[in-house]
Design a protein around this ligand. Structure first.
Ligand code: ADP
Ligand code: MG
Length: 158
């Protein structure tokens, strides 16, 4: 099952992620893909705010990992400089995956052999300049349940 949203500007992407955050549990992984400037970091910022992170969530492009305190610990990774999941292991990053919510930007290179299930977030261009198509899917029951809970609530608010 894939859930697809169209956002018309960065605020809508931020709000979409913020709205998903309350449904996330310990050991949730979100693997986020999309081209440069697709909105991966905007999505991460919204998720962080929804998780109650008070600090400013920034792109971890150079540091590879930023850790924030929220309702749950929020681990924000950037895999842009990694070649494969072995690099992810090599940095000891798999250690962080059970303790909170992990969001990984540029995740496509580490999907093969990723240790555990995840919510896949794909951000693609929309029809207009500021429009984005954001697709959510899950690879296991744990993450599927989270998306379904979120969707049930979204539906009841229509
Ligand atoms: N619908 C949208 N959703 C998210 N960002 C958008 C949207 N429309 C325009 N933008 C702009 O695109 C850029 C996305 O930047 P960023 O989140 O850093 O991208 P990424 O992390 O994917 O490289 C920002 O300048 C943002 O204002
Ligand atoms: Mg980014």
């Amino acid at each position: 099952m894939k859930y697809t949203y169209i956002t018309k500007n960065h605020e809508e992407t931020f709000r979409l992620a913020k709205g998903l955050a309350p449904y996330l549990k310990e050991a949730t992984n979100l693997l986020v893909d999309g081209a440069l400037a697709a909105g991966k970091t905007v999505f991460a910022k919204g998720l962080g705010e929804g998780l109650g992170v008070k600090a400013t969530v920034k792109s971890p492009s150079y540091t590879l990992l930023c850790i924030y305190e929220g309702r749950l610990p929020f681990y924000h990774f950037d895999a842009y400089h990694l070649n494969n999941v072995e690099d992810f292991y090599g940095l000891g990053f798999d250690e962080y995956l059970k303790g909170g919510v992990a969001l990984i930007e540029w995740a496509s290179v580490i999907k093969d052999g990723f240790p555990g299930g995840y919510i896949h977030v794909e951000i693609a261009e929309g029809e207009a300049e500021d429009e984005r198509k954001i697709m959510f899917s899950a690879t296991d029951d744990f993450h599927r349940d989270i998306l379904e809970e979120w969707q049930r609530h979204e539906d009841s608010c229509l």
